[in-house]
Design a protein around this ligand. Structure first.
Ligand code: PLP
Length: 251
């Protein structure tokens, strides 16, 4: 294992720094992990809305990813916002050439402002083409519903069933995130073809933008350091919990 592991981040921008690449780099820096970067989409957005998106050409994303992968040893790849089917396919083309690097996918579909970051065609491409390259996918409840084409999960057991459908679609592990559920505990379940492992922390009355970006990048960093997926998820969740604990209490 390299002394200073490096991950490749493939993601979109948020000029406010609330989500996307800025969060990813801040997180990697906290975990002392170096970063290579492929920008998928330059966005104009803030906490209230997504105003415009400028998706990169597929070839441009391929070129960025290859430049990063050829420059240095990359120990994990985090994929966040993709944005268009063309981008999904460009990413898949590169991932197929580097099958030994674990891929952690945060399947970004909407910003918490409500703005759409992946339309139905892009969601279909993620499901049909990208999931098969993923070691771990980290959907929230809305993303689980969109990717499985089912309604929003009625309860956590239903969310786990939807996560199993994504495992069948090709992702080796799926972390079904319960952050948007209700109850005293916020439970995420790590689902594979033959196991379910729950990670629970007390639910906090706080919100923060970019928690999905932060969690998936923290997991990628810990995996790049050689941790098991269970250790990586546990550490990443504890980190997000600490960040949420420092937020002002929502009223
Ligand atoms: N914008 C970009 C570019 C993202 O990658 C993400 C990641 O989930 C989001 C927005 C969504 O973040 P939030 O739910 O905090 O709006």
């Amino acid at each position: 294992m390299a002394l200073s592991p490096k991950i490749l981040i493939v993601a979109g921008t948020d000029p406010t720094g609330g989500a996307g690449i800025v969060r990813d780099i801040e997180t990697a820096s906290h975990f002392s992990v170096k970063v290579g970067l492929a920008v998928t989409s330059v966005n104009i957005q803030n906490d209230l809305h997504v105003e415009a998106k400028l998706p990169m050409y597929g070839d441009f994303i391929r070129g960025q990813m290859l430049a990063a992968l050829e420059a240095d040893s990359i120990s994990a790849i985090k994929v966040g916002m993709t944005g268009t089917p063309e981008i999904v396919h460009a990413i898949c083309g590169v991932l197929a050439e580097f099958p030994d690097i674990p891929v952690i996918l945060d399947p970004v579909i909407r910003a918490s402002s409500g703005g759409v970051l992946a339309d139905d065609m892009t969601v279909a491409a993620i499901k049909q083409d990208l999931l098969q390259y993923c070691y771990l996918t980290t959907p929230n409840l809305q993303e689980l519903a969109a990717l499985t084409d089912h309604g929003l999960a009625k309860d956590h057991a239903h969310a786990i069933m939807q996560a199993k459908a994504l495992v069948e679609a090709g992702s080796k592990f799926v972390l079904a995130k319960g952050g948007h559920e209700t109850g005293k505990l916020a439970t995420d379940s790590l689902v594979s073809s033959d196991s379910i492992r729950d990670f629970s922390i007390p639910r906090l009355n706080a919100t923060m933008r970019g928690t999905g970006c932060t969690l998936s990048t923290a997991i990628a960093c810990e995996m790049a350091k050689g941790k098991t997926i269970e250790q990586a998820v546990g550490t990443a969740k504890a980190y997000v919990f600490e960040l949420l604990r420092m937020q002002p209490v929502a009223v």
